[in-house]
Every structure is written in structure tokens, then in C-alpha cells.
Design a protein around this ligand. Structure first.
Ligand SMILES: *Cc1c(COP(=O)(O)O)cnc(C)c1O
Length: 453
């Protein structure tokens, strides 16, 4: 089977090997052929490392095939200590939400069918009453994501007119999402008021007029300003908006339904508080502190929400049925605070006691040591992430692996089940704050597999 010119086997000959033929029985033939070609090409590039036996060729081909067939979007373990990590998919879903997705995905559903009346229904009906109940708002609408919720609200209430916003709130969320750009694309003219550090009620009052469409307040979700600062509260803005007969749109970013003050996390307003303070519409994400799927949620006055629902743009931003399934299940858990904090993973991770994380880290370090992977437990600081409680440092514990952090990081990232840690002071830390407690065994197995000699 040797290609005599180069001393390498021919692709056709390798395809005839029994074990390679067996691969073609369960994979697409073209993929196997490509894997064989890749193995031969690799051997051509580096003849000294070329496979020397049929078994070695088969193993090399199997490796190339596995890499080709590996999904692009894969599960990873988030051991960064940042619970809501946008690059790592934000909130993991609760079991109940995953089950709801599976039920809805595997068959037909009453997505747009009213089972009581036996006639066409609305996909928007499914979460609206739950959201109203949980936030005290009159009505609610779910769209594709937080940015979509903001665009739809602005376009509905302020198209062709001014949207008045403080200069201190023209923020960038990350991933090229800049509030001023999004507002401009919504068809309204940005009317900036105040200064970066201070905006007073009179700054708003001065610019309101016939051309004004809405007052907008954006929660400074991913940073904090300190020092000589003043901002006009939602409550104050609600008074100003009411006097002027204008709507007040509040972009909360993270949709916190349950207060976390009992866990030492304060300063982030809940959606209910913001509704009570007088916002006409409140917009938020579903996959930040709400702990659900990617979604954008609009809650508020009946007439304003209804206008958003009837806006033709709503159709372009509409939410998928699997999202509705997961969101409804997550909202049901949120009805009971104690249950929410236990069963919604994002909330469970954010509120976990440092001592319990330390115990888990100690158990993991001991097991890693037993597998010949040297490490120790260190104190660590996690964060909420996802644009919420930006300055809160969550006391945590991490397994610090001995060895070159860059080499370790690359090996853990390259494994079948990638583990993403954080490099601090020249060491790779696996911070368990952002790992759901029931995943410790799986993380341990992935680390052992990636680092086994
Ligand atoms: C995160 C965030 C958004 C964007 O929400 P997505 O769901 O990511 O589209 C908008 N505004 C604020 C204040 C945010 O924190």
C-alpha cells in the first residue's frame, strides 16, 4: 500500500483497511476520505512522525475524523469564577427549564393556539401573566434578547422624535453593543442631557417639548461611578415624565426578579421596584440574573406593551418557542424565592456560601492529587458578571494547579470537555463559584483526562 515516491501509503489503500472501512459505516464516507487525506498530508509534512503501522494509521485517521465531526458549539466548564460569563453562554438553565425545552422541542405545542377556545392564539400570551404577577406590571412581552427589547420599546414609543437620556448612561455593554448606536437605529434622535458624572432633574426638564418621544434611563450595569456624582432616580424621572405626558423607558439590563440582599448583594434594583417607581416600560435580558434563556423582556403599562406587540418590528424580533418554554419554567421557579435560589443555577451560584465552595475545592484538590495532578486550594474572588452587581466581589475558593499556567490553560481548553479557568499571579485557578455544585465530578474527570500524562 506504499506510495513508492514518498514512502507513504496511498489514500485508496488506507480506505481499504478493515478498521477504516468500519469508520465509513458510521460516518459520512466523504468525511472519512477527508480524514485519510489529512492523515497522509500530516505524515508528508512530518515524515519522522508518520504512522509506522496499520494500527497507527487507523488511530491517526480516527483522530482526524473525530476532530472533523466535533461540534462547533460545545459544552464547556466555566471555572472562571464569573457566574454570568457572556463569552461562555451566560446563565445555565434550571432542570425544569431544560425539561420544558425537551418537551416542547420533540413535538407539536399550543404555541399559537388557544386550547380553551379551540382557535388561533398568541405566542405572546404564554409568559405575560406570570411576568405581570412577578413584577407587578400590567402586561409583558417577550422578544429575542435585551437589545431587541430596547429597540422595540424605543421604536414604538419614540420613533421620529427625541429620546432623552443622561450622558452618564450612554454606555457600552460589550460585544459592540453601544446604547447610543442602538437608540439611533431605533429611529429616534438621541437627546443627551447632563454630564458624564452628574445629571439633575432640571437637565431633563429643560429639553422636554413637542419633539420629545420618551425619557430613557439606562441602568449602569457593568460599571460604577464614584466621587462627585448625581443621577436622577427612576422615581424622580417618573414624576417628570408624568408631568410632561411622556413615557419613561428603563433599561435594567439584568432582570433581577428576586432580591438578593439577604445574601449580601445590594444595589441592584429588582424589576418590581422599578415598575413600582413608575417606569412606563422596563426592559431586561432573560439570561442574566433572571437565570433563564436568552430573551428580551418588556414589562409595563398595558397600553405601551400592547403598542410594542402591535409594532410590525415585533415580528422580526420574535421569540422562539423553545425560549418561551424555558422562560416560563424559570419564571415559575421564581414565584417561590427559596426555590428560585436553590433551583435556578445562576442564583444558586451567585448566592453560594464561600465555605461550601471551599469544601468542594478541597475535595476536588484531593482527588486531583490522587490522580497525580499537583495542586492546592486558594482563596479566590468571583464575580456575578452579565452586567450586574459590577463591583461585587464574591468570596470564593479555587483549585490552583501547579505548573506553567499557559501550558495548563491550553491543555484544559483543548480537551473534549474544555475547562476554562483563570490565570492569576502566574497560576491557573479553577474557581468553583461558577461551576454548578452537581458538576464537580464532571469537571474533575475533564481535568484528569486533559492533564493525564
Ligand atoms: C446586557 C444589557 C443589554 C443587552 O441585553 P442582551 O440580552 O445582551 O441583548 C442592554 N442594556 C443593558 C443595560 C445591559 O446590561
Amino acid at each position: 500500500m506504499t506510495d513508492s515516491r514518498r514512502g507513504l501509503p496511498a489514500v485508496g489503500a488506507l480506505l481499504e483497511l478493515p478498521d477504516v472501512k468500519a469508520l465509513a459505516a458510521r460516518s459520512a464516507r466523504a468525511q472519512v476520505t477527508e480524514a485519510v487525506r489529512a492523515a497522509v498530508e500530516e505524515a508528508r509534512q512530518d515524515p519522522a512522525a508518520a504512522p509506522a503501522s496499520e494500527a497507527a494509521w487507523t488511530a491517526a485517521i480516527r483522530g482526524h475524523l473525530a476532530r472533523r465531526e466535533r461540534a462547533s458549539l460545545r459544552a464547556v466548564f466555566n471555572a472562571t469564577g464569573v457566574v454570568l460569563h457572556t463569552n461562555l453562554g451566560r446563565a445555565p438553565l434550571a432542570r425544569a427549564a431544560i425539561d420544558a425545552i425537551a418537551r416542547t422541542a420533540s413535538g407539536a405545542s399550543n404555541l399559537e393556539y388557544d386550547l380553551e377556545r379551540g382557535e388561533r392564539g398568541s405566542r405572546y400570551a404564554h409568559c405575560a401573566s406570570l411576568l405581570a404577577e412577578l413584577t407587578g406590571a400590567e402586561d409583558a412581552l417577550v422578544v429575542n434578547n435585551g437589545a431587541a427589547a430596547l429597540v422595540l420599546s424605543l421604536n414604538t414609543l419614540a420613533e421620529g422624535r427625541d429620546a432623552v437620556v443622561s450622558r452618564g448612561e450612554l454606555i457600552e455593554i460589550g460585544g459592540s453593543f453601544r446604547v447610543p448606536d442602538v437608540m439611533a437605529k431605533s429611529g429616534c434622535t438621541l437627546r443627551e442631557v447632563g454630564t458624564t458624572n452628574r445629571t439633575h432633574p432640571d437637565d431633563y426638564r429643560r429639553v422636554l417639548g413637542a419633539q420629545t418621544g420618551a425619557i430613557v434611563k439606562v441602568h449602569r450595569s457593568n460599571f460604577e461611578v464614584r466621587g462627585f456624582v448625581a443621577e436622577t432616580s427612576v422615581r424622580e424621572l417618573a414624576v417628570i415624565a408624568r408631568e410632561a405626558g411622556l413615557p419613561l423607558i428603563v433599561d435594567l439590563g439584568s432582570g433581577l426578579l428576586v432580591s438578593l440582599e439577604a445574601y449580601g448583594l445590594s444595589g441592584e434594583p429588582t424589576v418590581g421596584e422599578t415598575v413600582r417607581d413608575g417606569a412606563t416600560l422596563v426592559v431586561m435580558s432573560g439570561d442574566k440574573l433572571l437565570g433563564g434563556p436568552q430573551a428580551g423582556i418588556i414589562v409595563g403599562d398595558r397600553a405601551a406593551v400592547d403598542a410594542c406587540r402591535r409594532n410590525p418590528l415585533a415580528r422580526a424580533l420574535r421569540v422562539d418557542k423553545l425560549t418561551i418554554a424555558a422562560l416560563e419554567a424559570t419564571l415559575r421557579l421564581s414565584q417561590d424565592e427559596a426555590r428560585a435560589v436553590q433551583e435556578i443555577p445562576a442564583l444558586a451560584m451567585v448566592t453560594a456560601a464561600a465555605a461550601s465552595i471551599r469544601r468542594r475545592a478541597e475535595a476536588m484538590a484531593e482527588s486531583l492529587g490522587a490522580h497525580g495532578i499537583p495542586c492546592r486550594v486558594v482563596d479566590s474572588e468571583g464575580a456575578v458578571g452579565g452586567g450586574a452587581f459590577p463591583t461585587a466581589r464574591l468570596a470564593s475558593a479555587a483549585v490552583a494547579l501547579d505548573g506553567d499556567p499557559m501550558v495548563l490553560e491550553a491543555r484544559l481548553r483543548g480537551g473534549d470537555d474544555a475547562v476554562i479557568g483563570r490565570v492569576v499571579d502566574g497560576r491557573l485557578l479553577l474557581d468553583l463559584r461558577s461551576v454548578p455544585a452537581d458538576r464537580d465530578e464532571a469537571v474533575l474527570a475533564a481535568v484528569c483526562k486533559a492533564l493525564a500524562a
